[in-house]
Design a protein around this ligand. Structure first.
Ligand code: CMP
Length: 140
């Protein structure tokens, strides 16, 4: 399994606020190579499937509603130490705790509408990449 990839989604709020281009530019400037990318919209069913690990959490319904509320950009990113480096680039889940200059500090509006997703492990990066992309859509 690749240890140098992560899956990101630019979430509906950041897309609506016109930040997709700036977020992608910051990702590339940080040295991540985009090896797959699509502009798409999750149905409530697919959003629920993606976040199934959070099914028992009180915010699950809100998360599914938000993630299916408009288009997203999904992308697979490649870089040495991708998981940790990307989580550092995006900042803490709650933008109130995100370090200055991070993507969430700059573009997120709340913990629920936190601009971007980043995989939390190599195993989940693999699962999440395959959720959004066929092997023929990834170009290493
Ligand atoms: P993400 O990294 O995409 O993974 C799970 C998401 O659940 C997380 O970002 C947040 O957007 C959302 N989330 C986590 N905690 C809360 C919370 N307390 N209230 C609302 N949404 C949350």
């Amino acid at each position: 399994m690749a240890t140098n990839r992560t899956l990101t989604m630019i979430k509906p709020g950041a897309i609506r606020n016109g930040h997709a281009g700036a977020i992608l530019a910051q990702i590339q400037a940080a040295g991540f190579k985009i090896i797959a990318m699509k502009y798409t919209k999750l149905s409530a069913e697919k959003a629920g499937e993606f976040y199934a690990v959070h099914k028992e959490r009180p915010f699950y319904g809100e998360l599914v509603d938000f993630m299916s509320s408009g288009p997203i950009v999904a992308a697979v990113l490649e870089k040495d130490n991708a998981i940790a480096d990307f989580r550092e680039l995006i900042g803490a889940t709650n933008p109130a705790d995100a370090a200055e200059g991070t993507i969430r500090a700059k573009f997120a509006t709340s913990i629920g509408e936190n601009a971007v997703h980043g995989s939390d492990s190599d195993e989940n990066a693999h699962i999440e990449s395959n959720f959004h992309f066929a092997a023929t859509e990834m170009f290493a």
